[in-house]
Ligand binder design. Sequence first.
Ligand SMILES: *Cc1c(COP(=O)(O)O)cnc(C)c1O
Length: 461
Amino acid sequence: MVEKRSWAEPWKIKMVEPIKMTSREERERAIREAGYNTFLLQSEDVYIDLLTDSGTSAMSENQWAGLMYGDEAYAGSRSFKNLVSAVHDVYGYEELIPTHQGRGAEHILSQILISPGDYVPGNMYFTTTRYHQEFAGGTFVDVIVDEAHRPDSIEPFKGNIDLDKLAAVVDTHGADKVPYVSFETNVNMAGGQPVSMANLREVYEYCSARGILVMLDATRALENAYFIQQREGGYLDKSIAEILREITSYSDGATVSSKKDNLVNIGGFLAVRDPEIARKARAMLVVFEGLHTYGGMSGRDMEALARGIREMVASDDHVRARVGQVEYLGNALIKAGVPIVKPVGGHGIFLDAASILPHIPMEHFPAQSLAAALYVDSGVRAMERGIVSAGRDPETGEHRVPKLELVRLTIPRRVYTQAHMDVTAESVMSLCERPEQVGGLRFTYEPEVLRFFQATFEPIV
Ligand SMILES: *Cc1c(COP(=O)(O)O)cnc(C)c1O
């Protein structure tokens, strides 16, 4: 009981959005029509939507009020000024380049800092981040610690950079071929695993001494700050706001997708300290996004974002409840013996589909099958993160078999209640009790690139 109370939501519900409760027959039809791919389901057929936490947050009354207050002036918008001061106060960066979302900021940063032939070390790739680094002529090199690849390792900071790996890249290619280190907080592709403050400090000291910039992907820095507070010695008495400012103090700038921590449905930014980098970024911004005082956002979007940024750190209660809800679901599953990736990360739960469905061989897609079965069982929409997502090896044409065959349950911020988490946990547990009722799938359509988005399947009978 005490555990449940400790993270209870610091808000109450003022407006509700009805969601459809469907019958099993309706869901069987819907998943068949979607080719057994949860990406192809209609949102109105979904009861609890755990596909992603990107752009799916619920805004507060203050943010909604901010929409009315948005200044839509083409140049010199008051809402831009409010956003600049929010980013400055909360993240500590002077220069702000507003973009339509995270990848817009990644594009601009990569274009201005990377020259063809450069190397960009980072702690595990993120799809869009790596794409833009390579699009600019750079080569991404993964320098994350080995523990990140071990689902059973309960290391507290599995997002850390391995300094030996980083030094090897710099020694091999020379510091002048490494424009910056791309340092992601609460590493998304590792399951929302944090980096430690000690590691941030060490990497920044190493890089500063060699004239290498440190650019954070601070998209999930708030959730990272929470894990530092809870897990790293000496931070329990510090506020989330203070910890976040210390995180960003060990960097020269950051890209942020505001669709995550920042509690809005669209938006993002690049923020830096160096006015010269900012000048170059603004020159690109006017070509690819919009004028420098709105970039890729409307005035009202910037107003809601400015308020979301202040709100996420106004009290530690927000992030405690956010991560607390993820941990609540994770702990319920762990208690029931369901195999999941540990420790539970900041934004979702990753089910180990290969262990849950040992009778389904990899070429019949255990994680895809589990995600489809979960939808049919309860209307919960999850997504596959396994062999289907990994695609085929371009050389051999064979499936790439990833180390992990997972189903991701991603929790939107401030959207679902504890009862929704209970329904989700019960549904997963009931599938785990009768795994033999879940069968494998085979392709009926396999797209050449990013096949997981649009592939269709049929059951193997
Ligand atoms: C979502 C995300 C991005 C990309 O941001 P978009 O707003 O989707 O363009 C980049 N990095 C991380 C860590 C993310 O989670």
